[in-house]
Design a protein around this ligand. Structure first.
Ligand code: M6R
Length: 608
């Protein structure tokens, strides 16, 4: 969470930092700040609660400041409320720093270093600034090493020292940082979007190393006082700046919904060989699919919902146990996994800390790990035994859309390959499965083309404080994601229920006009789902029904019917996902809310 940027070079730092922060704002948006190194080495600080726009307006009202190095931060509050004072950067003596992460032992350190009376904010980050200032005796590397040895928790720091003009130091543990030395100066950031305007080449700052940015070079030092011999691998960004812009769409979310068919193709097509999934170019060997006796899927939020769909599709085919765990719970449930387990870790960002911790636990248990990740070079991708990169391009809206579709595409392909190598599918079965997966892409386009109809349906939800999503089997797995999408951006309390479960309690909440979004696309449970819909209809619910084009439905059953193309039952999730995303989008829009940056959330969840 929190966006970080640092720059040193020939250009005006303030402009670069403010533009960079605008691009990073999706990582945290409750306050923002910058620190600039002035010509006389004095450090200028500007920080404001609220959006980067507030900070920018504030800076524009100040005297023009010329500076060629500085650091900037957008905050997602953890310790201390949203205020100018709690915004980063934090200054202590000669030290000015920004921080992403949580210092778990900050309380003990506050006492150990007697900094209580010096603190002007409630943040753990300011404690680190004061301790670093105490440790600093003119050698930044020595002081940072000592600080690192004291800290527990996760951190990505960018640090300026008043007597080291033009230099920016950084260190990280878990929290992501990428850096680049370019012809326009050296940059460091919490993610690539801030670097792309200046370079396509970057490296991931290795954990437990210190980097020092000077105007045209980024130096890397070990924590044991030596210069790092192994310079980190230089990586190339595989998307351009356009991908991180709205390109005429009013919101990133709508743009990303529209990008789904292309993202699906980009993820699937390079891995099709003679009509079947082939992961040779990913370096994923068939042995990992052959040699396991169970699959453990681990993820958070939307990624976890993709895992739920995958389990419902694949367990009946593979005939081995497939479990899905919420990453934040997984570590504490004493999971029954071992060397015969294939652990599939799903994460768009590849930085979600709960998911990362679960991955590490899976390794400790001896399991083989396969990550399904969107962000190249991210921590989860680097720490997993094998990686299946989805090719969604950057996802900027906090509400995940295209990342979900391509996670599903990846899981369907993995399942298909696994069924093939385990003899559950013939080559012909696998070809048929893949062909149906590809058929789902035009079905998604069809739904995008029906967005005006979906907008009208969404208008019926917004007056209600509650909404329910119901379905059976796979339709229930889709409902979970529909409910999450709606609640996170429209703030309507929405819950997903297995349709048959309603009568065991929840139906008490159904009264006149309560919106129920009912999904009935699975033939083998269709009749039973329809009965459950009748039960809520009889109690006054307002029914928005999602069914296939060819379904025969009594006209009085639903208040609104949204039809999806007739793709095979296991593949209806793709058009359904688009429809549910659009319902949430238009509900948020109709309520005049911030679609892309909903309250209290941030894109990348790097705190536990
Ligand atoms: O980056 P990850 O896929 O690991 O993120 C997991 C969740 O935080 C994420 O999917 C979240 O639930 C979305 N904001 C939902 O739209």
């Amino acid at each position: 969470m929190c966006g970080i940027i640092g720059y040193t070079g020939p250009l005006e730092a303030q402009k670069i930092l403010l533009e960079g922060l605008a691009g990073l704002e999706y990582r945290g948006y409750d306050s923002a700040g910058i620190a600039l190194c002035m010509e006389d080495s004095h450090i200028y600080l500007a920080k404001k609660a609220g959006k980067v726009k507030n900070l920018k307006e504030y800076c524009e009202q100040q005297v023009t400041i010329s500076s060629h190095s500085g650091i900037g931060h957008t905050r997602w509050a953890t310790h201390g409320g949203v205020s100018d004072m709690n915004a980063h950067p934090h200054r202590a003596g000669k030290v000015t720093l920004i921080h992403n992460g949580i210092i778990e032992n900050y309380h003990a350190l506050t006492e150990q270093f007697h900094v209580q009376d010096k603190l002007v904010s409630q943040t753990d980050s300011e404690v680190a600034a004061h301790i670093l200032d105490q440790l600093y005796e003119n050698d930044p590397l020595v002081a940072i090493r000592k600080l690192a040895s004291l800290l527990e928790g996760s951190y990505g720091f960018c640090i300026m020292f008043e007597d080291q003009p033009g230099a920016i130091y950084a260190i990280r543990n878990v929290s992501p940082l990428v850096a680049a030395a370019t012809h326009s100066g050296s940059l460091i950031a919490s993610d690539l979007t801030a670097l792309i305007p200046y370079t396509r080449e970057y490296f991931v700052v290795p954990e437990q190393r210190i980097v020092k940015l000077t105007p045209y070079k980024v130096h890397v030092y070990n924590l044991d006082d030596t210069f790092s011999k192994n310079y980190p691998e230089i990586m190339t960004v595989n998307w351009n700046m356009d991908a991180a812009m709205k390109n005429g769409f009013p919101h990133f979310m709508l743009k990303e919904i529209h990008e789904q068919p292309e993202a699906m193709q980009n993820t699937i097509l390079p891995r099709v060989n003679k009509g079947v999934p082939d992961f040779s170019d990913d370096g994923i060997p068939d042995e990992i699919f052959e040699n396991c006796n169970q699959v453990q899927i681990i993820a958070c939020g939307t990624a976890m919902h993709a895992g739920m769909v995958a389990r419902a599709i694949l367990q009946p085919v593979l005939r081995i146990p497939i479990s899905v765990s919420v990453a934040s719970e997984f570590r504490y449930e004493e999971p029954l996994i071992d060397k015969n387990t294939l652990a599939i870790i799903i994460s768009q960002s590849g930085e979600t800390i709960d998911t990362l911790a679960a991955l590490r636990l899976a390794h400790q248990c001896g399991s083989t790990t396969l990550a399904v990740v969107n962000v190249k070079g991210s921590t989860i991708a680097r720490e997993s035994d094998y990686v299946f990169y989805t090719h969604a391009g950057p996802e900027i809206a906090v509400a995940s859309t295209k990342a979900y579709s391509v996670q599903l595409a990846a899981l369907y392909m993995i399942g298909c390959r696994m069924a093939l190598v385990r003899g559950k599918y013939t080559k012909q079965d696998a070809c048929g499965f893949l062909a149906q997966l590809l058929d789902a892409i035009p079905a998604m386009e069809t739904i995008i083309g029906r967005k005006e109809q979906i907008k009208k349906a969404a208008a019926h939800i917004i007056q209600s404080p509650d909404a329910f999503f119901i379905g059976r089997g796979l339709d229930y797995a889709f409902s979970l994601e529909g409910a999450l999408k709606l609640k996170e951006i429209s703030y309507i309390h929405s819950e997903a229920y297995a349709a048959g479960e309603l009568k065991h309690g929840t139906i008490a909440l159904i009264s006149d006009h309560v919106p129920v979004i009912a999904i009935a696309t699975q033939q083998h449970v269709y009749a039973k789902t329809i009965s459950n819909i009748r039960e809520v209809k009889a109690r006054g619910a307002f029914i928005i029904l999602l069914v296939k084009e060819n379904a025969v439905v009594d006209s009085e059953l639903a208040d609104i019917q949204l039809r999806i193309p007739n793709v095979g039952d296991p593949f209806t999730v793709f058009p359904i996902a688009v429809a549910l995303q659009l319902i949430a989008y238009y509900a948020s829009l109709a309520k005049n809310l911030n679609v892309d940056q909903p309250r209290n959330l941030a894109k990348s969840v790097t705190v536990e």
